[in-house]
Design a protein around this ligand. Structure first.
Ligand SMILES: [Zn+2]
Ligand SMILES: [Zn+2]
Length: 279
């Protein structure tokens, strides 16, 4: 097939957004994920002078793409509370604006929590939100990420993601498959048949990104706790089996691992992943 393997990390935007590219290049990333702003706040500060140009220039010069922008943590698109929901839709529009300013291709979204009103109500909220932002999309595609199965969360069952996809009236939507979340939600992706079924359920061509994370807790734990690749419950063998499903290892991959086990540095972990991938 040729082409560059697209493999990277979630990278800090601290200081200036374009610095993320320098950090990504330093550790050998060929794609990356960033937050559009402080992930624990609602406010989005204006880009500094030259920040936008610097970002676009470095992305090309370093050949790091695609850039995945991950929504901050506070918005909740499934919220039954009208004020939170409205604010969350506005936050998604703002994040889309930021993606377009920067030339980032994808906005990855968590579907949020229905706070007890039920998955169906939550799902309708999320689909309505994604329909509503259609005019703010510009060149961006929204990726729905599967969840670990925390209480009241929407999107831990793959069918829920597919239902939302089918309720969206535009085509600028796809999936981000998080391996830790899938495992925590009860999909044993270390088993090749299950991994294959997961890919088929979502639709291989609609999976635009894989969040490559090992899982700290057991299958079906419902806990969103990432482990370093090969050091969690999925394990090296589990990932090798996962990658043996046709099409999966060609997807851009983003690691969101804690880097607490050996290999202790990002470069070492990327090298280990490349080895698993047979590069
Ligand atoms: Zn993730
Ligand atoms: Zn997670």
């Amino acid at each position: 097939m040729g082409g560059v393997r697209r493999l990277g990390y979630h990278i800090s935007i601290s200081g200036s957004m374009d610095l993320a590219f320098d950090r990504a290049r330093e550790i050998g990333c060929t794609c990356m994920q960033i937050f559009p702003s402080n992930p624990r706040g609602w406010a989005v500060k204006e880009l500094g002078k030259g920040e936008k140009e610097g970002f676009r220039r470095k992305g090309k010069a370093y050949n790091i793409s695609p850039v995945f922008v991950h929504m901050p943590y506070l918005p909740n698109l499934a919220s039954p509370k009208e004020d939170v929901y409205r604010k969350s839709v506005e936050a998604m529009k703002t994040a889309l604006g930021r993606c377009n300013e920067l030339g980032a291709e994808y906005l990855t979204v968590h579907l949020g929590s229905h706070l007890g009103t039920g998955v169906e109500a939550g799902r309708e909220r999320v689909a309505a939100a994604i329909n509503e932002v259609e005019r703010s999309l510009g060149g961006v595609t929204i990726l729905l990420e599967n969840e670990a199965g925390q209480r009241n969360s929407v999107g831990s069952k793959l069918d829920e993601l597919v239902d939302i996809y089918n309720s969206v009236s535009h085509k600028r939507v796809g999936f981000c498959l998080d391996t830790c979340h899938a495992f925590a939600a009860g999909y044993d992706i270390a088993d090749r048949d299950v991994a294959k079924e997961v890919a088929e359920t979502l639709g291989l061509e609609r999976i635009r990104c894989i969040h490559l994370n090992d899982a700290k807790h057991e299958l079906g734990s419902g806990l969103d706790r990432h482990a370093d690749i090969g050091f969690g419950r999925i394990g090296r063998k589990g990932f090798e089996s996962f990658f043996s499903v046709p099409g999966l290892k060609e997807k851009p991959m983003i690691l969101e691992t804690p880097l607490v086990e050996t290999p202790k540095d990002a470069r070492g972990e990327l090298a280990a992943v490349r080895k698993m991938l047979g590069d």
